[in-house]
Design a protein around this ligand. Structure first.
Ligand code: ADP
Length: 445
């Protein structure tokens, strides 16, 4: 077992990792920027280190400062959380070079899966269905036009290094493909320093369904079923649930087995998410794999009763997964709402500022993952997600009712949050019926 872990993140996920470490008897080192120094969650760590000013480039994204903090505090491992350095291959390599354990997959597995074209190829080798599209990258617009003619419009141009919905353009004809090809390349170059793109058939009105997997360093891999993340605003997830409300048991098992085949092909260890698009005819297609713990991991924890962060820590400490797939049972329905400091009535503009009023919900079936408290200040420097409300109930109908009740109780002010937007979605009859796709929000609201 590990003895001391540095948590290279902030906010709710830093607190989530600190809590899991405490329960396992692992000491923690929390790093923070000057903007975050007043957050009480830092006191729950065994040691804290200020790593720089508010600007992420000089703190949470600053590799030398984080490595130095680990060295001076004798941390043997670093948990990167999600975002920031969690999928930064250079960071994982530097950790390895410095003899610090990176709590995540190997550098090699990250390299393979972070390149979306290489990940597609690995999926094909593992006989996992992929979206029809290019074998490799697209090196000219002519090549893209030729392929689009073959597979048929609409198509989507995607960046090999893409993330957060950037570097993607949908095209319905030759003209929009010419424009989209150039725009996707430019956007990807600016965002990721890599303008390489590939082409996929654009699946119309799909659901986003992803499988949570975990693998150890002894050849065991298990899945924790699927999450449906079709409630997206501009490709950003807002509400997630498990299980997917439209998946039958036979397709579920096939989908989860496909995810495990890819993970084995990549010789993966630690937590991963294998993302698929599910079309109207229940065909599923691999789109990408995320090599980190994800924001929405709690819904999988609630329906399986398994603590995914603890599994990450145990696996990093060398332990084998000592439960079998049969031990992981799907129980009830869990839903998560992301609460962002954004104003839904003003095009979701960020709303940083002090929180004078704070009253979180509670009661049966309600979990709130947050670092917030009355008097906290939301900094404009960081992601606007400030809390996650997760509910767990025997049925989807009950879960929706519990979430409505919890959001009604949740008081955060005077800053604006996405609570009213989540309430509107939860009461929409298409959401209630489970009849939505990834375009539902952008079409409906
Ligand atoms: P990112 O890494 O930027 O999140 P993804 O490949 O995971 O990119 O895609 C993000 C979202 O974009 C998906 O959840 C889906 O809504 C949409 N998308 C991606 N590829 C396709 C496709 N081939 N057809 C339809 N929608 C797609």
């Amino acid at each position: 077992m590990l003895s001391r872990v540095l948590v290279a993140n902030r906010g709710e996920i830093a607190l989530r990792v600190i809590r899991a470490c405490r329960e396992l008897g692992i000491e923690t080192v929390a790093v923070h920027s000057k903007a975050d120094s007043a957050f009480p969650y830092l006191d729950l760590a065994d040691e804290t280190v200020c790593i720089g000013p508010a600007d992420c480039a000089q703190s949470y994204l600053n590799i030398p400062r984080i490595i130095s903090a680990a060295e001076v505090t004798d941390a043997e491992a670093i948990h990167p959380g999600y975002g920031f350095l969690a999928e930064n291959i250079e960071f994982a390599q530097i950790c390895r070079d410095c003899g610090i354990l990176f709590i995540g997959p190997s550098v090699e597995a990250m390299q393979l899966l972070s390149d979306k074209v290489e990940a597609r190829k690995a999926a094909m080798r593992a006989k996992v269905p992929v979206v029809p599209g290019s074998e490799g990258t697209m090196d000219s617009v002519e090549e893209a036009l030729k392929l689009a003619e073959k597979i048929g419009y609409p198509v989507i141009v995607k960046a090999v290094a893409g993330g957060g919905g950037r570097g993607m353009r949908v095209a319905h004809n030759d003209i929009s493909l010419r424009n989209g090809y150039t725009a996707a390349k430019a956007e990807a170059q600016a965002a990721f320093g890599n303008g390489t793109v590939y082409l996929e058939k654009f699946i119309e009105e799909p659901r986003h369904v992803e499988v949570q997997v975990m693998a150890d360093n002894h050849g065991h891999a298990v899945h924790f079923y699927e999450r449906d993340c079709s409630v997206q605003r501009r490709h950003q997830k807002m509400i997630e649930e498990s299980p997917c409300p439209v998946l039958d048991q036979e397709t579920r098992i096939k989908l989860c087995d496909a995810a495990l085949r890819l993970i084995r092909e990549a010789k993966y260890s630690s937590a991963a998410t294998v993302e698929f698009l599910l079309d109207k005819n229940k065909n599923y297609y691999f789109i990408e794999a995320n090599t980190r713990i994800q924001v929405e991991h709690p819904v999988s924890e609630m329906v399986t009763g398994q603590d995914l962060i603890k599994w990450q820590l145990k696996i990093a400490g060398g332990q084998a997964i000592d439960i079998t797939q049969d031990d992981i049972k799907l129980n009830g329905v869990a839903i998560e709402c992301r609460i962002n400091a954004e104003d839904p009535s003003n095009n979701f503009a960020p709303c940083p500022g002090p929180i004078d009023q704070y009253m979180p919900p509670g009661g049966f079936g309600v979990r709130v993952d947050t670092h917030l408290h009355q008097g906290a200040k939301i900094s404009p420097h960081y992601d606007s997600m400030i809390a996650k409300v997760i509910v767990h109930q025997p049925t989807r109908k009950e879960a929706i009712a519990t979430m409505q009740r919890a959001l009604r109780e949740f008081k955060i002010g005077p800053i604006k949050t996405t609570i009213p937007a989540c309430q509107d979605i939860l009461s929409h009859n298409l959401f209630v019926k489970g009849e939505i796709d990834t375009g539902f929000i952008d079409r409906t609201f």
